[in-house]
Design a protein around this ligand. Sequence first.
Ligand SMILES: CC(C)(COP(=O)(O)OP(=O)(O)OC[C@H]1O[C@@H](n2cnc3c(N)ncnc32)[C@H](O)[C@@H]1OP(=O)(O)O)[C@@H](O)C(=O)NCCC(=O)NCCS
Length: 283
Amino acid sequence: MVRAAPPVIRPALPDDSAAMAAVVRAASSPLMRETTILGGTGLDHFLRDQMTSESANRFLVAEVGGHIVGMSAWRYEGEDLFLNHLFVHPSTQGRRVGTSLWARGMAVMEQAGIRGLSVDVYEDNIRAATWYRSLGLEPVARRLLMALPVAAGTDGRSVWTSTYLGEADEVYARYGFSQFTLTTERGAYAIGRLGSSYFRSPAALLDDEAAHVALRRLDPHRRVLCIDGPEWWEAASERGAVLLGRTVRLQAPIEQVVARLDRVLSASGSESVRQSSADGEYV
Ligand SMILES: CC(C)(COP(=O)(O)OP(=O)(O)OC[C@H]1O[C@@H](n2cnc3c(N)ncnc32)[C@H](O)[C@@H]1OP(=O)(O)O)[C@@H](O)C(=O)NCCC(=O)NCCS
C-alpha cells in the first residue's frame, strides 16, 4: 500500500456535492451507473438536495490535501445500519480511505437498538465483496437485475393513470432520474425513470398487462428494469428478460464488524472505531 497523508473524514456539506458526484462517477462501474440513480446527470443536485432536506441518509466525505477523494452515505434500515454508498476516487484507492470512511461512519451513527450492519454489493465487484467478507459480512439475500422490453402492442381497454408528468417530470429534469406512481386496476406501482434507458419497476408489475401497456405508452424506447429475488426470473424471462447482473446483501452483527475494523485500524496505527469521537475531524 502507498504511504500518504491520512485522509480527513468529515460530515459532507451541500457545497461538496459536485466533488462527491465526481468521485462517484469516477469510482462506479458502468453497470452501477446504468441501473441506479448514481448515473443521473444531476447527481450533484440530488446530493445537495438530500443534504439540505430531511433525508434518511447521512453523508461523509474524505479529503486528502484539501481535495475530496471519497464519500459514504449511511442510513438505518429496520434494526440494521445500512452502508448505502461508499466510493473512493480510483487515484486514491488502496490507501485506507475506504476503511477510514467506514470506521468514521460507524462511529458517528447512533447504534442504540441497532443489531446488524448491512450493505448491498454487485456480485461482479469482487474487490469490495472480498473486503466486506473479510470484515465478517455474510450473504443473506440475492437479487437479480432483470431487463425486459416494454410489451409490444397496445390494449385500448387498459385503464391506468400515472404521475409521470408534473412534479416527477421537474425532478427528472433536475436529476436525470425521478419516481412516479403508475396505477392500474391491479395496483399502484412506484416506478423509477432512470436516465434514458430504464423504467425501474417492482417485479410485482410483471404480470399486470395494463401496466405494461401504460409503460409502453409513456416511453416505448425504454426497457423495464426489475431488481428482485430469483423467484421472479421465470416470469421475467417469459417476457424476454436478460440478466444484467446480480446484487448480494451482506450482513453481520454490528459488534463483530466494529471488532474486525478495530483490528485493521490498530494494525495500521489508526484510532479505533470506539475511540473516534462523534465530533470534529477524524484523521
Ligand atoms: C471499495 C472501495 C470503497 C475501497 O476503498 P479503498 O480506499 O480503496 O480501500 P482501503 O484502502 O481502505 O482498503 C480496504 C480493503 O480493500 C481491499 N483493497 C484495497 N486495495 C486493494 C487493491 N489494490 N486490490 C485489491 N484489494 C484491495 C483490501 O481488502 C483492503 O482491506 P485490507 O487491506 O484491510 O484487507 C474502493 O475501492 C472503491 O471506491 N471501489 C469502487 C466503488 C465500489 O466498489 N464501492 C463499493 C460499492 S458496494
